[in-house]
Design a protein around this ligand. Structure first.
Ligand SMILES: *Cc1c(COP(=O)(O)O)cnc(C)c1O
Length: 405
């Protein structure tokens, strides 16, 4: 540990490097710092309407976008409630805690859930999905639930390949995708890849304080909604996407300040930087991070959870360290250097000895080259301070990726 005569070096602006909520741009926060607006008429109505096409642009869909006051779990439930009811069946293809969690939520709604668990270090295998759908000769599976980037394992799955597997099986289930960790970070093409429903939240790639959940859906999913015997009035996506009165957008009072914040965040993403550039920035920063960890990595030391770069998300990275070093490193980084790293989630039972062998770095949204290098520099210092075996040179390897040479 740090010598007792060393003061903490954490004083100064602290940095949150957890996979959500992400760092909020000052501009987003400033846009929210205002007196309460009129919710019955005027500017807020125009602003709300302006958000819909921009949300659809981020999702790459010509379909519909519904906004809910809620977190990602609310968006999960909203999506399920519109197309699945008690007695219906869903197939969950899980690559970590979040896929399993969405499936558990469906089960609580009375949905019969079949889970294929790909473990904590693998993406979804489309061939196994195809086999499961072919085995469903009675066509009972109404929806397939997947997570593009599971935030617990940082496993990224190939959404287009899963759609192709569903088509190859000749199955007409809806493809429902959780992009809560990946929207506005990893490339995602809702329409081109054939996703019918997509859920997201505002507090990760979209850089807005937690509080808004989004459900995107196409006409195929809307037809399934229309055939539902009942949908709760709060979760129903129909009035939210085709309101005849303003209050129907939110089934009540609008999330006034969040809308101002989101407006600024979408301006930054779509109208200033450009979505393709946002994707490219996340990819380059992710590659720099992986290069650093691969350089540090020695037996008994730090390691990336996902071996194949093609299966790693660009917004979050799950890492392994022999227990309890991961927890010690997180504690050191926060106390001594002002950087908060993410806990390991879903990799081992909470509170168990093994759970101290995992941590995560969030690199989503408002993060740039110097922000990432700061986090990596602190981790390298922590590896040294805690005598965790590692090869030097991680920062140089990251710098080479940032420099492009
Ligand atoms: C964060 C996250 C969720 C849950 O969102 P909350 O806002 O915490 O409810 C679900 N799925 C994924 C992939 C996430 O990253």
């Amino acid at each position: 540990m740090t010598a007792p005569d060393r003061p903490s070096l954490a004083h100064g602006r602290s940095v949150l490097a957890i996979p959500g909520p992400s760092i909020m741009p000052d501009r987003v926060l400033n846009a929210m710092h205002r007196a309460a607006p009129n919710i019955y008429t005027g500017e807020l109505h125009d602003l709300t309407r302006s958000l819909i096409p921009d949300l659809k642009a981020v999702a790459r869909t010509a379909g519909h976008a519904a906004i809910y006051i809620g977190n990602g779990h609310a968006a999960w439930e909203a999506s399920l409630a519109n197309v699945l009811g008690a007695g219906d069946k869903a197939l969950v293809l899980a690559t970590g805690r979040f896929g399993l969690g969405w499936g558990e939520q469906a089960a609580r709604l009375g949905v019969e859930v079949e889970v294929i668990d790909f473990g904590k270090q693998s993406p979804i295998d489309p061939a196994r999905a195809e086999a499961a759908l072919r085995a469903d000769t009675e066509g009972r599976i109404k929806a397939v639930l997947i997570v593009q980037v599971d935030t617990s394992s940082s496993a990224k799955s190939d959404v287009a390949a899963i759609r192709a597997a569903m088509d190859a099986a000749g199955h007409d289930a809806l493809l429902m995708v959780d992009c809560i960790a990946s929207l506005g970070c990893d490339v995602f093409e809702m329409d081109a890849w054939g996703a019918d429903v997509m859920v997201a939240g505002c507090q990760k790639g979209l850089m807005t304080p937690p509080g808004l959940g989004f459900v995107f859906f196409n006409d195929r999913a809307d037809a399934v909604r229309a055939a539902m015997p009942a949908v709760s009035s709060y979760w129903d996506w129909v009035p939210r996407t085709r309101p005849t009165e303003y209050y129907q957008y939110f089934c009540g009072t609008a999330p006034t300040h969040h809308l101002y914040g989101l407006r600024t965040a979408l301006d930054m993403i779509l109208h200033e930087e450009g979505l393709e550039n946002v994707w490219a920035r996340h990819e380059i920063l992710a590659r720099a991070l992986w290069a650093a960890v691969e350089t540090w990595s020695v037996p008994g030391g730090i390691a990336l959870n996902m071996a194949d770069p093609a299966t790693r998300g660009h917004s979050v990275t799950a890492l392994r360290l022999p227990s309890p070093k991961a927890t010690e490193l997180r504690t050191w980084a926060e106390r001594e250097a002002g950087v908060t790293l993410g806990i390991g989630l879903g990799m081992a039972p909470p509170g168990s000895e093994a759970s101290h062998g995992f941590f995560r770095i969030g690199h989503m949204g408002h993060i740039n080259a110097h922000g990432l290098m700061g986090v990596l520099g602190v981790i390298e210092a922590g590896l040294r301070a805690l005598d965790i075996p590692h090869e030097a040179g991680g920062l140089s390897a990251a710098a080479a990726v940032l420099a492009g040479r």
